[in-house]
Design a protein around this ligand. Structure first.
Ligand code: SF4
Length: 70
C-alpha cells in the first residue's frame, strides 16, 4: 500500500517497494515511519485501492498528483 500510494501522491518516484522504503527513509522524518504504515494500510484498502481508487471521496484529492491514475 505504501509503495502504491506514495507514488500516486507524487511524493516518491520509485519502481519497487524496496526502492520506496529507501526513498521514504531518506525523505520522511523518522517520527512518521510507523504512522505512515499504520495509516496507509486501511487507506489503501478502502480509498486508494489498487484498481479504481475512490478519488472522488478521497480527503487528499486536492493535494494528490494522481500519478498513473486514469
Ligand atoms: S486522490 Fe485518488 S490517487 Fe490520490 S490518494 Fe486519493 S484515492 Fe489515491
Amino acid at each position: 500500500h505504501v509503495h502504491r500510494i506514495t507514488n500516486r501522491w507524487g511524493y516518491v518516484h520509485t519502481r519497487t517497494p524496496e526502492e520506496t522504503l529507501r526513498e521514504l527513509e531518506h525523505k520522511l522524518p523518522r517520527r512518521y515511519w510507523i504512522d505512515i504504515n499504520r495509516l496507509l494500510v486501511p487507506f489503501g484498502k478502502f480509498i486508494c485501492t489498487g484498481t479504481r481508487p475512490k478519488c472522488a471521496q478521497c480527503p487528499l484529492n486536492d493535494m494528490c498528483a494522481r500519478v498513473g491514475v486514469a
